[in-house]
Design a binder for this molecule. Structure first.
Ligand code: ZN
Length: 168
């Protein structure tokens, strides 16, 4: 396993449409292992293959229970609801922006051996699925924002969030 270099906004590979994975071989397994190690090291929530310069439909995500999910050829089957909150990206380091996403998403994906699965995501997981799958089509979250959030805006959001949580 090896840590791969994360490419940042402006790199061509982040704006390309990635190809389907058709061979579930050692090369794919090495890529998944490296991506998991790279994500852990970067302390992120999700990483898509184009972010390490590989134009394949492969994503790794840390789920609600702190497990690493491997998503090969993931696709959104269903989505509903709406949520608005701050979003960041390892390819746009140190920045945040308010993005509106569906609140519920159902996806289908393959594992490293090619077997098909479905998964549901709510809240942060739904946001994460949308963000990562979008990477595979060459899109970044910054396309959905009108400005990067200031420290004050970010703090205000989390204070409000906390206040809302206490009311419940
Ligand atoms: Zn990202």
């Amino acid at each position: 396993m090896a840590i791969r270099k994360i490419v940042t906004q402006g790199d061509d590979r982040l704006s390309k449409k990635c190809r389907q994975v058709t061979d579930f071989n050692k090369r794919l397994h090495d890529l998944l292992d490296d991506m998991k190690e790279t994500l852990e090291e970067a302390q992120g929530v999700g990483l898509a293959a184009p972010q390490v310069g590989i134009l394949r439909r492969v994503v790794v995500i840390v789920d609600d229970e702190d497990n690493m999910l491997e998503l090969v050829n993931p696709e959104i089957l269903e989505q509903s609801g709406e949520q608005t909150g701050p979003e960041g990206c390892l390819s746009v380091p140190g920045k945040w922006g308010m993005v509106t996403r569906p609140d519920f998403v159902r996806i289908q994906y393959q594992d490293r051996y090619g077997e098909w699965f479905e998964a549901d995501g709510e809240g942060l997981m739904a946001r994460c699925f949308c963000h990562e799958i979008e990477h595979l089509d060459g899109h970044l979250y910054v396309e959905h924002i009108d400005h990067f959030m200031t420290e004050e805006e970010l703090e205000a959001f989390y204070e409000e969030e906390e206040a809302r949580g206490e009311e419940r």
